[in-house]
Design a protein around this ligand. Structure first.
Ligand code: BEZ
Length: 395
């Protein structure tokens, strides 16, 4: 073994020096000087790749606005492509926590992957922030002091769309989604509000994630002739679905509704087919607040991209952690202090300020948006300060 360290000092001298520093309480200074370690477990391939990139961009934008530091600590990132594959999630999250020793686990987009990550984080008492995945369980039965979300529950925007569809006079709806937690829970949320208001979901159709063979379903919708269709799709699959819906001529006769993931970040790819679509979400183009204006200007300049809901959720994940870490003076070991400050934070988000529910989920406005060109323009706020019901959370 080389007897000299990278400082050029003999190793024996270094060890002696280190021991005397330890007895003088210097380890705090050493820990404080080291960068805070952030694990970004997000998709960088597959149908959700662009969503993962936007979350990463948003997170880094906030850190860069703080001079590359959080609470006086430099930031080191450990990025892993989760491939939106739940079967690989436990191993990948374990590697970030055990091998890379991350102080904070950030992830992910896909609900099934996030559920597996949350279990690993909980078993190892690792702080975790979910910057997208809406799995209701994360702020329901799996809620935990160390688990936070800066995005939404699958129930939230879908429930709001059920209310909107009923108010628009529709009586029968057919639904279509990928068969996994996010899709199923979005349908459940929609159905809850729609049927409470007297509507009826006549048929629920699903296909495996991330399949995009929509033709048989479009044929069936045309035959059933419901008043409207409600879907959950996002990313590349969403653009394909909307184009296929228009190519089948259904956009002329049967209104299509969805949580805003259908049209966020996808309108350019949809072209004409997306025009006029109505969706509900906790973010929109044209919100009238200074934070959003500044956020969008910097995002567009830095990444040469139009910001979307995923970028906002990543930005807010960094903001929320900053609030916690600052309260702890940058000391990642003071987890109780970090958690308390995060619970009490008011996040100055581009979507509008929000606080967290007892289950650590944003209490937030849900906007109704209309697709105009490449914008999802806000046209109404059907529900203000909507809290997820957090069913099954005992915290
Ligand atoms: C989810 O799996 O929870 C999800 C994925 C993409 C957009 C929204 C939700």
């Amino acid at each position: 073994m080389n007897a000299f360290t990278t400082t050029g000092l003999p190793r024996a001298l270094c060890v002696t020096g280190l021991l005397s520093m330890l007895s003088l309480g210097a380890p705090i200074a050493l820990a404080q000087d080291a960068p805070v370690r952030i694990g970004l477990m997000l998709p960088s391939t597959g149908t959700y790749a662009a969503l993962g990139a936007a979350i990463t961009n948003g997170f880094k934008q906030y850190v860069d606005e703080q001079g590359g530091m959080l609470a006086g600590r430099k930031v080191e990132y450990f990025a892993v492509d989760d491939e939106s594959d739940p079967a690989k999630a436990t191993e990948k999250a374990t590697r970030l926590i055990k091998r890379e020793r991350v102080d904070l686990l950030v992830g992910t987009v896909h609900s099934g992957v996030a559920l597996a990550m949350a279990r690993v984080a909980q078993n190892t008492k690792t702080l975790m922030i979910v910057p997208n995945a809406g799995a209701d369980e994360l702020t329901g039965p799996l809620c935990a002091p160390t688990l936070f979300r800066t995005s939404f529950s699958n129930w939230q925007p879908a429930y709001a769309m059920g209310k909107v569809a009923a108010e628009r006079g529709h009586k029968t709806v057919v639904t279509l989604t990928w068969k996994y937690a996010a899709g199923q829970q979005a349908i459940d949320g929609f159905k809850e509000a729609f049927e409470q208001a007297g509507g009826k979901v006549a048929k629920e159709m699903t296909l495996p994630f991330p399949n995009v063979e929509f033709q048989p379903f479009l044929t069936e919708i045309a035959a059933l002739k419901p008043d409207a269709v409600f879907v959950f799709f996002a990313g590349g699959g969403a653009a394909k679905f909307v184009k296929d819906y228009a190519a089948a001529g259904l956009n002329k006769s049967i209104p299509l509704y969805a949580p805003g993931f259908l049209t966020d970040g996808t309108l350019e790819a949809m072209g004409e087919a997306g025009e006029g679509l109505l969706t509900t979400l906790h973010y929109a183009d044209g919100l009238d607040n200074d934070k959003d204006v500044a956020f969008r200007r910097t995002y567009a300049q830095t990444y040469k991209l139009k910001p979307d809901v995923y970028a906002v959720q990543g930005y807010d994940a960094a903001q929320l952690y900053h609030a916690g870490l600052s309260a702890a003076g940058g000391d990642v070991r003071k987890q109780d202090v970090i958690i308390k400050a995060m619970e009490n934070a008011t996040v100055d988000s581009p979507r509008g300020r929000f606080t967290l529910s007892k289950a650590h989920n944003p209490v937030q406005n849900i906007y109704l948006r209309e697709a105009r060109g490449v914008d999802n323009k806000v046209i109404a706020t059907p529900i203000e300060a909507l809290a997820d019901p957090a069913r099954g959370c005992n915290m």
